[in-house]
Ligand binder design. Sequence first.
Ligand code: ADP
Ligand code: ZN
Ligand code: ZN
Length: 812
Amino acid sequence: MIAKIAVEKTSIRFDRLFDYAVPDHQQAQAKIGCRVSVPFGNANQYRQGVILDIKNDQPEIKLKTIAGFLDDQPILSSKMVDIVFYLVHSTFCTYYEAIRTILPAGFSYFLKKSYQFIDRLEGLENYSPHQLELLSFLRKAANQQEVDRIVQHQLESGRRADIDFLIQQQVLTPSVSSKRKLGDKTVNMVKMTDPEFDPSSCKLSQKQKKVVSFLLELGAVSIKEVCYFCGVTDIVVKNLAKQGIVTLYEQEVYRTPYEAATPTRKPELVLTPQQQEVLDGLLHQYYTNRPSVALLHGITGSGKTQVFLKLIEKMIQMGKQTILMVPEISLTPQMLQKFQLAFGSEIAVMHSSLSMGEQMDEYKRIKNGEVKIVIGTRSAVFAPLEQLGLIIMDEEGESTYKSSDMSPRYHTRDVAKYRCIQQKALLLLASATPSVESYYAAKQGVYSLYELNQRYADAQLPEVTLIDMRQEPSSLITGVSEYLAEEIARNLQQGEQSILLLNRRGYRSVLSCVDCGWVAECPHCSVGMTYHRANGYLMCHYCGYSQELPKTCPECGGSHLMLTGQGTQKIEEEVQQYFPDARVLRMDADTTFTRAALESKIQSFSKGEYDILIGTQIVAKGLDFPNVTLVGVLSADSMLFGDDFKCHEHAFSMLTQVVGRSGRGGKKGRAYIQTYNPDHPVIRQAASQDYQSFYQDEIVEREAFFYPPFCDICLVGITGRQEQQVDIGARLFLTVLKQATKGLRQNIPMKVLGRSKPYIYKMNNKYRQRIILKCRNNTAFRQLMRKVLVYTASRKECSNLHLYCDINGEIN
Ligand code: ADP
Ligand code: ZN
Ligand code: ZN
C-alpha cells in the first residue's frame, strides 16, 4: 500500500505528493484525509503530512515508511480533499498551503492531545522491556510538557502500541488540551512583523524559533495562546518584540457569537410581490437546474436580505445547509443578529477575528453537522458542510473576496462555484452594484439574472446633490463646503443622523519639512507615515512601525516641520468644534488593529447614541441604519483616477453604496457628493444610482481596451530584500517566459504588459516588482505558468526571492 502525502513546509519549487509505504499492521488505519508524521528530506526529520491518496501498487523503488498516525478519523472529508486538489490546480499554491487554508487556524496544535501520567506499581510483570524503559522515562519527566514530549516521540516513531498499552494500564490518561477562555475585554495579541519572515535570516534561540514558526503558520494569535502552545513564557515573546521580529498589540474581544441565541417571536415576514417573484424564481431554479449560478441585482434597501432569509428557511425545510458570506468582518454581527432572530442557534460563525479556540469549536460544530447556516467572511466558503444546498455571496463585487496577500490566491466566487457543482447546490451572488464580470455573465445567460428595483415600503432613493468644489466656498471645517455644513446643521436640528465619508488616500496627516521638502516615510516601507494625535506618534499603516514626532528635520536640520493632509482625526476635531453639541463618532479602518472595536461602535451608532459618523471606506457599505438621512462624501475625486482598470467600478460601487446608506427608514434621505469633477460620467451615474448606464459605458470600454471579462489578468509578483536582485529576478522571469512561449502563441494567447513597480514599492523592508499579463485562464495557461514559475524560482539568481502568480487579483 502506497500513501500519497502532502507534506508541510514544502516550497512551490519542489512541491508534489510524496509516496510513503504504509506498514502492514497499520493499513486499516491509513485513510485519505488523515494526518501522519513522516521522515522527510536527507536528514529524515519528522514532518506532518496529510494522506491525499492511497494506491495498492507495488512501489518501483524502496519507499520511506509512515512513522505515525496523528488522527483516528480523517480530518478532511473526501469532498474537502477534492477542494485541496482544486486549489492546487487553479491557483499556484502547494498542497499543504491549500490544506492549511481549508482547516481552521491552529488545527495542528489543537488536536495535540495531552497525557496525564499516574505512576502505578502493579502489573509490571506484563510490561515488555521497552515499556518498562518508557515508564522509567516518564517517572523522570519534570513536568507535563515533558510527559507529552515523550509520548509524542513514541507516537511519531511508530510505537503507538506501547502508548496504547500504557493507556490501558491507566498509567497514561489522554485528554484534549483545553482552550483559552474568553473573559477579558481586550486580549494582548502578537503577530509577525513581516509575514514572510525567513527564520534562517537571523540567530534565534530554540524557544524563539518555536514561537516564530507558530506565528508564521497562524498569523495573529493571543500571547496566552502562543505561550500555551509553544510552552514558553511571555518573556520569550517580549524579547522577540524588542528585536522587532514580532509586533504586540491589543485587540478588543468580540462578543461571543451566541449571546443572543434565542429566536424571538416575531411577526411573520411577508415579502413584497417583487421580492416574492425573485424568491419563486430562485426556488424554481434550485429545483430544476442544479447546480447553477444566480445573480441578484437589487438596489440598496430593496430587501435582498429578506429574500435570503426566506430562501434559507426553505433550505432548512429541505434539510439543506447554507453558507452566507459578507465581505467585511464588521458586517457579520448585523447579519448574525438578523439570522439568529429567525433561526436560533443552529448558526456557526467563521471569520478570522474569532480566537483559535472559538474557530476550532465552530469548525467542530459544523463538521458534526450541528448547524444549518454558516455566516462569515471569505474563509466560510471552506466550511465543511456535507449537505450544502446554497451559497450566498452578499456584495459579490467586493475585492475582499479575493485572497491576494497569501497563497493560495483564490477568488471566493470560484471556490463557491466549485463547491456548488460538487454538491449540486445553488450559488446566489447579490449586490446593488455587481461586478462587471458577473453582470456580463448574467447578460450572456451564463448566470440567471434577478432584479429588485424598488426600495421596500416605497422608501425613496435619496436625493443626491453634487457640490462643485470649484465654485462652493469652504466652511471652517477643512474639506467641507459651506453648503454641506449647513445641511449637517439642519439634520442635527431635526434629530436625525448623518454619515460623512472620507477617502483614505487624500486624508492622511503627513509630516513634511517646509525648508527642504523632506517627508516622513516609514523606514521599512516606501510610504508616508500618518500622524496619530491620540498618542502623538507617527505610524506606518502597512507594517505597524511607529516613532515619536521629530522636532527637527532629519534631512536639513531645520525646525519648520508641518503636518499636512486632513486625517480623519483632524476632521473629527474640526467637526466637533463646529458643532459643539453634536455627538461625533469616528471609525478608522486604517488602523487594522482596532478592527475588532468596530462592532461596538456600530452598535452604539445604531442605537442613536451618536449624531454624526465619520469614517473611511468601511462605513460605506452594507450597514443598515434607519435614522440616517444625510450622507456626505467629502471628496469623490481620488477614487476616479487610480491606476487599476477597475477603478471606475470601485468608485461607482463605493459612491452608490454610501449614498444608499441614507433614507433607509421611513424618512426621505439626502446625499451630497463634493467633487472637482462634477461632469465625470461615473459621478453622474452614481448620483442617479444608475447601474445600467454605468455598466453600458464600462463594458464598452473593457471590450475596447481588452480587459476582463474579455480576458484574464495574471500578475506575477517578485519580492526580496535586495533591490537589485528583485530586478534581476523580474528580468529573468520575462526571459524564461519568452523562451517557454516561443511558438505557443496560437494555443496559449497572452500579452505581456511589462514590468512595473507597485504603488508601494517597498513594504516591510522588501522590494516588490510585478509583471502583468493578459491571458486566458485555462489549464494550458496555468500549467505553462507553473512551469515557468518553478523553473525561474529554482534558479540561483532567485534563491533569496519570493515569486508568485495571482490570477484576476487586485493589481494595485
Ligand atoms: P438590502 O439588503 O437590499 O440593502 P434590506 O434587506 O436590508 O435591503 O432591507 C432594507 C430595509 O427594509 C430593512 O430595514 C428591512 O427590514 C426592510 N424590509 C425589506 N423588505 C421587507 C419586508 N418584506 N418586510 C419587512 N421589512 C422589509
Ligand atoms: Zn528639511
Ligand atoms: Zn512600514
